[in-house]
Design a protein around this ligand. Sequence first.
Ligand SMILES: [Zn+2]
Length: 326
Amino acid sequence: MRPRFFTIGHNSAYNSGMPEIQMISVGLFDEGSCKTCGTSKRNPSGDLTVTVGPSEEARSWPDIIACGDYPCFVVSGRAVEEWRSEDIGSLFIGGKVLFTGPLPERLQGHEPPKYFWLDGRRMLGAQLDFDASGFAGAWVCSTCGCCAYDVGATYDRQRAGACPYVFVEETWNGTNLFTTDLSPAMFFCTDAVVECARKHRLTNFRFTPVEAGGASWSQGIDYLGKQWPPYSSLRPSEGKTINQWVEQLRNPSQRYKARVALLDLGKDAAPMVPSLISMLHDNDEAVRREAALLLSALEKMGVPLGAEGEAAARQHEEWFQKTIGR
Ligand SMILES: [Zn+2]
């Protein structure tokens, strides 16, 4: 049976208290530019020496750690051991990851566990169907294997609707943890890896189903939670009604999520116009501003707003251009 596929990475944007690698001071090598495509090459090789960014929050060592500077896939020795014990297989270890310099205050006295980086260049496991995955004008350099695409046109295509990650038929080589020709730093996995992470309580992973594409709005599936198999939405608007999302706009900590969900509905969110117009009279300025923002977005999608809605949308646009736009 064909497994389910996920993207796999760290979840430090959603998990507070995670340290992050700030800089790789030893182990990144400048290899000049590719003669064919001109991409400049900076690649990790062998053991890496890294520094951790200052953080008052960081208080435990995760099983996958975010890596700035160059997006290395850095995992704990425990994760590597458990993957091996569960026959996840085909892991190519690029080298050890060694820490230097001061550690965040609350991590001092907690010796870092062993960490390793996986070499995605040697873990190619499938070819991405670039067109079906929403990338416009993509091509892979025949000299260096680097992938380039039209960033602007791709952004427009992906904004118009969620694009899944699709592999070219028959190109998946059967490995559980792999990269594609999209990037050696972007990893994919099968459900076997997700189940292993759950079974051994590996921390700070973010898994999203490939059907949801990049899904930057999502904190990934709740693989450590009680419910198994966990529910995972493929679109930001899933799981609540329009009215519930609109109500959630009043809650500051939930507001952004609600906005993303409502924008995801596009023209289907038209029934919320009357609620938004009444929110223009709310006591809370942030709620008024949010309502105007959404009205402005709906107007751009061609949803009729009526006179009051249109005026609020115009006002918002003027405010936006003055303060944020250029
Ligand atoms: Zn090239």
